[in-house]
Design a protein around this ligand. Sequence first.
Ligand SMILES: *Cc1c(COP(=O)(O)O)cnc(C)c1O
Length: 403
Amino acid sequence: MSRRFQNPATVALHGAGAAARVSGSLAPSIVPSTTFLREGLDDAAEYAYSRVGNPTVSALESALGALEGGAEAAAFSSGLSAETTLLLATLRAGDHIACGRAVYGGTVRLLRETFTGLGVEATFFDSTNAAALAAAVRPSTRVVLVETPANPTLALTDIQGAAPLAHAAGAILIVDNTFLTPALQRPLDLGADVVVYSTTKFIEGHSVAVGGAVTTRDGALADRLRRVRKSVGTIQTPFNAWATLQGLRTLPLRIGQQSRHAARIASILAGDDRVGGVHYPGLRGFAQADIARRQHLGAHGAVVSFEVPGGLAGARAAARAVRLCSVVEHVGSVETLLTHPASMTHADVPREQREAAGVTDGLLRLSVGLEDPEDVLADLDLGIDAAAAAARSEGRPPCLVNA
Ligand SMILES: *Cc1c(COP(=O)(O)O)cnc(C)c1O
């Protein structure tokens, strides 16, 4: 695609280029073939076998790389298979990884249960604090992994501050950018070495395809990553790559509108005295507003979290009472989704680590969709009322703010 077109809305629509098309089709095509014909034995074919590479997967990678500002991209069968393949390509037994403590629960499980068994030691630190990062690295640290905004408290890591600290320790900085996507945050431009995505979330956006991706401007690392992907077999399927590319084409439009809805909902919740701490980077008074302004591209994403009264009983009552919000373990779809992190996404994270990361029993996470935000607010009102009633019947104060 011509270099003149750099606006994300344009790049998202046209970034896959001619590679996505067969026989002049306007829409991207699917090439589901597992294998590819060769002219003879001497020439090197562009594609040989779909565990190694596939035209539909390449089309998604071209579009995602273009949206990330001209990076190399590799697509995987899930966000966790992207992380797994990336860590296999960058770590070996005896190495240490310093990981932000407020990351996706599956990332914690992967490090604690799988990589520890392979001789890679993982420790967790408060990535909102530069001194904690400096204290977390060791001579054996090869990777610093952070997620910003963090899941589910939306705490931010200053990428421009973290990158030189990681590099001084001889480590690369990996950023999980699933919550903002390249439409709203470009970690490579801020000094990160690698970005990882669960494309299952906002990038695909319609809850039909599990997938993951890695982007980087380090060509040698991209080659190593594809080599490991070939060895372990973690590539995206053609069908899911096609569905993800369809979603990606409207990503800037969707996440922009969903962010506007989230900002409206967060500001109303923040003024509701039944509700405890409301976390949203675009909220007036957000503790890290300066980082949000510097790091986010004009909007702050669609995820809001807040605390209902009544702890676990309150959260249960709210989840039963809502009618429009879908209670699921997911973010980033066109519908509004409600999650209870303590019993769902973070159930496998030890309680002590969970609470240190701000995941209390009454915390709910909302992934704001494309419904009219006033309808979502009316639905949340039912949930918050039910939580307050549960809190009263347990003899708890109805509001947690100053409890
Ligand atoms: C969902 C998610 C993952 C894991 O991705 P899958 O596609 O479910 O494997 C990783 N990081 C974040 C922030 C996520 O939300």
